[in-house]
Design a protein. Sequence first.
Length: 131
Amino acid sequence: MKKTTLLNAELSYTIATLGHTDMLVVADAGLPIPAETERIDLALTKGVPGAVETLGVILEEMKVEKAILAEEVQARNPQFLEAVKALLPGVPLEFVPHSQFKEITHDARAVVRTGEFAPYANVILCSGVVF
């Protein structure tokens, strides 16, 4: 049995196979997921698991060199933005219009769907290298 925090086999495998600059999306329950992009659906019910909680576990396993968020998060969900900043100290954050954010998800390796019901609680994690 794994000793690290992340127990979900599908998500653990996806993170283990990421290369430099590959993208992994942590999404709220409502973000549209492109048909061609792998969906890792963790959503159980409203709020479970939450996006911040899921992000925290993912960051135990994944090196992130940059994160992308929708511009709208700054005004519509500042609590989520502050939580992301706290979990990713020193990691550059890029802000794009939500419409562009959704387009970028087409190039992601996978989208992790959470049970989050707060608006704009989505973040694209760009994989870094550990050396």
